[in-house]
Design a protein around this ligand. Structure first.
Ligand code: AMP
Ligand code: DBH
Length: 543
């Protein structure tokens, strides 16, 4: 088994400890502390289920012992693909307590993604819901086990069929190992990434808890807060910005929404007196529109965080008038760096910028193509290093070479402008990925799938501006045969076992791709050119 680690050079680690960012806290210790300080406070609300901090702690301890009894050994990795259900928390805190390492997968992932994550992390077990959002994860678990021989156990929340029931993975908590080291990796988070399949991001207890704790301060989260998890719980944004882990760190209440649609979410806001939540821009637009009908009492909502993709100023301006709460823009990434507009910031800042970094020790640089710093106000590539930004992905030397500078900065891939006060405006990105409503899609990965079709000669995937999604994906395809239809190719993509958000929104068949005089064109240039041609021609022919 390859070791999992995340190492900052010692002088940096020393400074982060001395400055009080890394305090030696761990996730198991955090939950134990809450269960002692506020045993009867409600920690998790999932439909009619309400778990107090004591309940959550007891369940996590019992699972920790149960997982070890199954034969899972401390240090082993466990792929977790649970929806927004209470079991996400008992299972993940159980894994932390047993020194097992959760690897997060999103509910939208299908066989291709889970096989990749399980192989790359060398996962020994898989934990999923029986059925979630009309998809049967038991069948997925069956296929996964067949594909990845090292994966020994499939554990299911709900009706397990032939698999192991999560409910049954419990044992007497006596004899559990000591808490993990604060500097050890707590879990593998995943990156949407711009090339290929998701990359694995090792985050330590120290660094991640710091980002949650500091986010709480910036977003005003206290033990009186109620945080609604509207986005998928495994995503870095609702997990840490300030997210459900931030909320639990503060002793607040976490309310789980099975769907982020306004009908479901508004009813929960009213019932649970939700004070804070986070959304991607297309959902924020939907909520603002739905709120005009005033069907529910949203008066408890203090703060709405919007991020994951650019929230346009015109939309940002409408948050307070429609939803009656304060907007915080958040620009973050699973690799670390998170920026927020602050609660007291003037409207101009909140509406027009994506915020400024959490930490005084977030070292951000904006550079030109040659790596030289550019003046404030000038667009450039954003680089970051700091007390909660990783220095390396897990087991991916090629990505590490591309994504980190020799002196340890993470190349975010984002093109930004730095404004007075250190605020950042996101202008776009350098890499070829599509940011579809906050879901990052790698052009390369989808092109690879398209090329696997026997009648596809070549394919290029590009992003097209979209009024509701922000961006949608458009595949330009050269077919080998006449008469192929976009709907047939889409249907074929859908059954390839990939997350549905990766299926191109639009497919345009073309006869050939233009090449330069030398007969060569990089895929990057090709995509840019196809996109520009498409946008120009659709302006000329608005039909
Ligand atoms: P990931 O690496 O999958 O966690 O995705 C992080 C990326 O999402 C960032 O590098 C940005 O490209 C994008 N992103 C996140 N928040 C924002 C935002 N508020 N505005 C624009 N882009 C964002
Ligand atoms: O898009 C993201 O990955 C993201 C957005 C906002 C994120 O990871 C975060 C806040 O922490």
């Amino acid at each position: 088994m390859k070791p999992i680690q995340q190492i900052w050079p010692e002088p940096f680690a020393e400074r982060y400890r001395a400055a009080g960012y890394w305090r030696g806290e761990t996730f198991p210790a955090m939950l134990r502390r809450q269960s002692e300080e506020r045993p009867d406070a409600v920690a998790i609300v999932d439909g009619a289920r309400r778990w107090t901090y004591r309940d959550l702690h007891r369940r996590a301890e019992a699972h920790a012992a149960g997982f070890l009894k199954l034969g899972l050994a401390p240090g082993e990795r466990v792929l977790v693909q649970l929806g927004n259900v209470a079991e996400f928390f008992s299972a993940v805190f159980g894994l932390f307590r047993a020194r097992l390492v959760p690897v997060y997968s999103l509910p939208a992932h299908r066989l291709t993604e889970v096989v990749h994550l399980a192989r790359r992390s060398e996962a020994a077990a898989y934990i999923a819901c029986d059925d979630y959002d009309a998809f049967d994860y038991r069948a997925l678990g069956r296929e996964l086990k067949a594909e990845v021989p090292g994966l020994r156990n499939v554990i299911i929340a709900g009706d397990p069929q032939e698999h192991l029931p999560l409910d049954g993975c419990v044992a007497e908590a006596a004899g559990l190992p000591a808490d993990p080291e604060p500097s050890s990796v707590a879990f593998l988070q995943i990156s949407g990434g711009s090339t290929g399949l998701p990359k694995l991001i090792p985050r330590t207890h120290d660094d991640y808890i710091y980002s949650c704790r500091a986010s709480n301060e910036i977003c005003g989260v206290s033990d009186r807060s109620v945080y609604l998890v509207a986005l998928p719980a495994a995503h870095n944004f609702p997990m840490s910005s300030p997210g459900h882990f931030g909320a639990l760190h503060a002793g607040a209440r976490v309310v789980l929404a099975a769907s982020a649609n306004p009908e479901t979410a508004f009813a929960l806001i009213e019932r649970e007196r939700v004070t804070i939540t986070g959304l991607v821009p297309p959902l924020a637009l939907l909520w603002m529109k739905a709120a005009e009908r005033k069907t529910h009492d949203l008066s408890s909502l203090d703060v709405l965080l919007v991020g994951g993709a650019k929230f346009l100023p015109e939309a940002a301006r409408r948050v307070r008038p429609t939803l009656g709460c304060t907007l915080q823009q958040v620009f973050g990434m699973a690799e670390g760096l998170v920026n927020y507009t602050r609660l007291g910031d003037p409207d101009e800042i909140v509406i027009n910028t994506q915020g400024r970094p959490i930490s005084p020790d977030d070292d951000v640089r904006v550079v030109d193509d040659d790596g030289n710093s550019v003046a404030d106000g000038t667009p450039g590539h954003l680089l970051a290093r700091g007390p909660y930004t990783i220095r390396a992905y897990h087991d991916d030397p090629a990505a590490n070479d591309r994504s980190f500078t020799p002196d340890g900065y993470y190349r975010t891939g984002d093109v930004v402008r730095r404004l007075p006060g250190g605020y950042i405006e996101v202008l776009g990105r350098a890499g070829d990925h599509i940011n579809r409503a906050g879901e990052k899609i790698s052009a390369e990965e989808v092109e690879d799938h398209l090329l696997a079709h026997p009648d596809v000669f070549d394919a290029a995937l590009v992003s097209i501006p979209d009024p509701s999604l922000g961006e949608r994906s458009c595949a330009f395809v050269i077919a080998q045969k006449e008469g192929m239809k976009p709907s047939t190719l889409k249907a074929w993509m859908r059954q390839r076992g990939i997350a549905a958000f990766k299926v191109p929104d639009q497919i345009v068949f073309v006869d050939r791709f233009a090449t330069t005089a030398a007969g060569k064109v990089s895929r990057k240039e090709l995509r840019a050119q196809l996109r520009d041609d498409f946008l120009t021609s659709s302006r000329e022919n608005p039909a």
